[in-house]
Design a protein around this ligand. Structure first.
Ligand SMILES: [Zn+2]
Length: 481
């Protein structure tokens, strides 16, 4: 292979002298020589192993094996990643032949296959499969409908819905470790929230999403809005676009599309003889001849999104980095426009929805206000006009915008939060106590005071806290007597 004798001798002596012992408490057992295998945890080991099995494909070829067809010229019988081996074949008989060859290869090279960990997946378009049996290393291989390979779940349907489910679950689990961090530190900085979310939750969930994510953008997007709903104690039914607008967030679709387009550019830049490049070419060719494969065809799916977000030019060959950056900016502004349009026509709270401007950052969230205060103001700002509840200082009260106010007898007054806040005569004295002679409208409270000044926000919080407690008291007494 062209290595110098000196280099070979260095490695040889490394292995000649290798031995291990087991540590038990502070004691070590006597040491054993390592006479087979490669050194566990040594950085050189994967390379040595790769070199050791480098002849595997030619061994298969020598026995007349052909693998899965890649394009007209070539087929792929196997993929290696360190000691992780994938065998690909298009027929059951072909697969049995390859497995036979693997047994033979292992016997010659004194290798062992872990048949417990090895699984068989039959990729197909649908329907039932025959009861196939495959054997390797003297044992029958388990037939499974999905398998996690290099951290991504591959399903027999060729779709990645299982992977998307798993990613969302992992992201949520990671997020549940972030809340205690934020709560314990009482961190009220949105910058910290966003950094922690991206570093711990979305980074976990979006692993490999350049490949599978473009089919499940909507689903994965929920990860972000759920995280911030939980963090700010916002009800689950708050529209996602409201949450993003309030926090100045952009849909995770942007992250997924950025990853996919960067991956495409990378593959486009590869030598045409490389597998990713050839797979892409083949995928494009198949997509052109059979557009119905959209649900599993990565490139067609990207094309569909390119039409929606008008970035078709970013799909072509040799896109300059600068232009890719422009495409990202354009996708971002379109996603923000979509949120703006969703918020504008939403009936969830059509009185105050104009206060939510996607893409702009609410200054009160960036002020020195405490976390509970920010939670309260945000909660009110994205509150629904109909049935809703408010929890502050562990007291919860419910509002029903369709019912008459249960506190006062004012004609036509409904039991909405805005009536409670700005008009209900029951709370007139408290209102005066916090806001003075000038009767504060909810709109002003939310927009002007809530945004501009800490002091005014505290007045809002003080009033809401007092009034909510009173209301809870009246409700309970009314119930008791
Ligand atoms: Zn009232």
């Amino acid at each position: 292979m062209g290595f110098s004798a000196r280099f070979t001798n260095v490695i040889k002596s490394l292995y000649d002298k290798a031995h291990f012992s087991i540590k038990s408490g502070s004691q070590y057992t006597k040491s054993f020589d390592i006479s087979e295998g490669i050194l566990q945890g040594d950085v050189l080991s994967p390379v040595l192993f790769s070199l050791f099995v480098a002849d595997f494909e030619s061994f298969l070829r020598g026995r007349g094996v052909t693998g899965a067809q890649l394009d007209r010229g070539d087929d792929v019988p196997c993929l290696f990643y360190a000691d992780d081996l994938v065998l690909l074949n298009e027929s059951a008989s072909g697969m049995r032949k390859v497995l036979g060859c693997l047994d033979e290869y292992c016997a010659i090279n004194k290798l062992q296959v872990n048949s417990e960990k090895s699984k068989m997946v039959i990729f197909r378009k649908g329907g039932k499969t025959q009861d196939y049996k495959f054997r390797c290393a003297g044992k029958e291989l388990e037939l499974v409908s999905q398998f996690k390979y290099l951290g991504v779940v591959f399903s027999c349907s060729g779709k990645f819905s299982q992977q998307a489910d798993a990613a969302l679950k992992n992201g949520m689990a990671a997020a549940s470790n972030v809340y205690p961090l934020i709560n314990q530190a009482q961190s009220s900085s949105p910058k910290v929230w966003k950094t922690l979310f991206h570093a711990l939750s979305s980074a976990t969930a979006l692993y490999g999403s350049e490949v599978w994510g473009i089919f499940y953008c909507e689903m994965i997007d929920k990860l972000q809005t759920r995280f911030f709903k939980t963090l700010l104690h916002l009800p689950r039914n708050t529209p996602d676009a409201y949450v993003r607008a309030e926090l100045g967030l952009v849909s995770l679709k942007l992250t997924i599309l950025k990853r996919a387009l960067s991956w495409l550019a990378k593959v486009r830049a590869m030598d045409v003889s490389r597998f990713p490049s050839r797979c892409l070419a083949r995928m494009e060719e198949l997509g052109r001849s059979n557009p119905s494969t959209l649900s599993t065809d990565w490139f067609s799916q990207l094309g569909k999104l390119a039409m929606e977000f008008k970035f078709e030019s970013a799909l072509s060959f040799a896109v300059p980095k600068k232009d890719l950056g422009k495409a990202f900016e354009s996708i971002k502004s379109q996603l923000l426009e979509q949120d703006a349009a969703t918020v504008a026509i939403s009936r969830f709270n059509d009185r105050f929805n104009y206060l939510l401007v996607p893409g702009s950052e609410r200054s009160f969230l960036y002020s020195g206000m405490s976390l509970p205060l920010k939670r309260l103001i945000s909660r009110i700002r994205v509150m629904g006009k109909k049935k809703t509840s408010l929890t502050f200082d562990k007291v919860r009260v419910y509002f029903d915008g369709d019912a008459p106010c249960s506190m006062c007898n004012t004609p036509d007054a409904n039991d909405s939060f805005s009536h409670f806040f700005e008009a209900c005569p029951i709370f007139r004295i408290d209102r005066k106590r916090f806001f003075g002679e000038y009767v504060l409208g909810l709109e002003q409270a939310l927009y002007w005071y809530g945004v501009v000044s800490d002091k005014e926000a505290r007045k809002v919080a003080g009033f809401v806290n007092t009034a909510v407690k009173q209301r809870a008291l009246i409700e309970n007494e009314g119930f008791l007597f």
